[in-house]
Write a protein that binds this ligand. Structure first.
Ligand SMILES: O=P(O)(O)OC[C@H]1O[C@](O)(CO)[C@@H](O)[C@@H]1O
Ligand SMILES: [Mn+2]
Length: 436
């Protein structure tokens, strides 16, 4: 990025998305959406101060005030497009962040600013700075400022979850023939795909969860899947030795519920050995799953009794026996794209190499898979991965920003004719597989 200044155009082709392009999704996102997200964090701390103090102790009184001040300043820095600053030495990842900042500063002979630099980098940096506000405290270090939004969203999707629970409970206790199993595989894959509509970051924290029967939705929305490699995924699962399935998770609440359903289906009907649920290490992009959220969901469902509790109790046993495992890693909360994983975190890359199938959930994972570049949409998916091929992988993503690859000629145009904002609403989706 050479010169400073906004341009009244989309992100140029083959370039990383940036808010300096006023017609990119990055621009309104930084201008309007992120300030709302930060304001909601402040409002929550103000509104719920007394209950926070009751929970974390009297020391929290002063600390909540400090965090409110920190977040207000952060919001101001963003809105006035200030240069990004170094992180303090809190948190074991600060050196990586500061090294990236210093490289970018050297490269452009000035520090990056929020709107002028790459969107992915600046947006990840925002959530890491928010985390720093809490790292600086003692009593409220582990307070998740998005917890209340995630729990509310879960509560509001229990009707859909119960329908799914009933379905899963029936399936795991019945024997299905192979053609039935195939159909059910497609169904669970797509249920997990559409579960990704339910993130809280695109909507600035407003719930956009599906108000319909998730089983009907699967058939009804097939025409909105712009690339569907689900047959290749099934073939890969059926033709390769049993092994470990990795889920690189996205959102808590209903989405992770659908992921757990798919995971159990893969264990029970495909006899895979185990499922690793890879989570963020700290609160991220409002609704992303941290380990605590999974425990919270299991406990909540157990309390609901009936079909939901039946599901949760079985999943709890799978966690207890190690067939399901939660694996946290700091790499997921860096701004690094996955093409850089092998260099930045060779250990994690090595772990993923052992996977039979890596399932990447959601929009942000997709952005990191395809390096957040405005590719010509017909660029082969494998090419968009820029050398990231640790193991066979599939992306289950509803489109929430303006990067996409791997589409057949004419598909992008067809979607654009159906909806001008096809890339950013979460109404369209892809199931893209790579085994190169
Ligand atoms: O939860 P997801 O599917 O990763 O979506 C996260 C949201 O964050 C973004 O990646 C950026 O704000 C959007 O593209 C998307 O709306
Ligand atoms: Mn998310």
């Amino acid at each position: 990025m050479g010169q400073i200044g906004f341009e009244d155009c989309d992100t140029p082709l083959n370039t990383r998305l940036s808010a300096r392009y006023k017609r990119s999704f990055a621009y309104p996102s930084f201008k309007d959406r992120i300030p709302v997200i930060l304001t909601k964090v402040i409002d929550h701390l103000v509104r719920d101060k007394e209950s926070i103090i009751a929970h974390f102790g009297e020391k929290a009184r002063e600390e909540v005030k400090n965090v409110i001040g920190y977040v207000s300043q952060l919001k101001n820095e963003l809105m006035t497009d200030k240069p990004l600053t170094e992180l303090s030495s809190l948190g074991s990842d600060h050196e990586l962040w500061n090294r990236i900042l210093s490289d970018k500063t050297k490269e452009h002979s000035r520090p990056p600013t929020w709107f002028q630099t790459e969107w992915l980098y600046a947006e990840c940096y925002l959530y890491r700075r928010l985390h720093e506000a809490f790292l600086q405290t003692e009593a409220i270090k582990h307070l998740d400022p998005f917890h209340w939004q995630k729990t509310k969203a879960l509560e509001n999707s229990l009707v859909q979850a119960e329908i799914l629970a009933q379905h899963v409970n029936k399936i795991v206790s019945n024997n299905a023939d192979s053609s039935e199993t195939e159909q059910l595989f497609y169904e669970f894959l797509k249920i997990s795909l559409w579960g990704n509509k339910c993130d809280l970051s695109l909507s600035g924290g407003t719930e956009i969860c599906l108000q319909e029967n998730p089983l009907n939705q699967v058939l009804k929305y097939d025409s909105f899947i712009l690339a569907d490699d689900s047959q290749c995924v099934l073939k890969h699962l059926a033709d390769s030795p049993k092994g470990t399935i990795d889920f690189v998770l996205d959102n808590a609440g209903y989405e992770v519920f659908t992921d757990l359903c798919l995971a159990e289906f893969l264990l029970s009907k495909f006899d895979e050995h185990k499922v690793l649920f890879r989570t963020k290490a700290f609160p991220w992009y409002v609704s992303d799953v941290i380990a605590k959220d999974i425990h919270y969901i299991l406990n909540t469902l157990k309390e609901k009794k009936g079909e939901l509790a039946e599901c949760a109790n079985r999943w709890q046993s799978l966690f207890d026996s190690g067939k399901f495992q939660i694996v946290e890693n700091q790499f997921w909360t860096t701004p690094c794209v996955y093409a850089d994983m092998e260099e930045v975190d060779p250990k994690l890359y090595g772990e993923l190499k052992e996977s039979k199938l890596i399932i990447f959930k959601g929009d942000l994972n997709y952005r990191k898979l395809d390096s957040d570049i405005n590719w010509p949409p017909t660029t082969p998916f494998s090419q968009c991965l820029k050398g990231f091929h640790p193991a066979p992988l599939v992306s289950l993503r509803t489109l929430k920003c303006d990067t996409i690859g791997g589409l057949q000629p004419g598909k992008a145009e067809q979607a654009a004719s159906q909806s001008e904002s096809w890339m950013v609403t979460g109404d369209f989706a892809v199931i893209q597989f790579d085994s190169s």
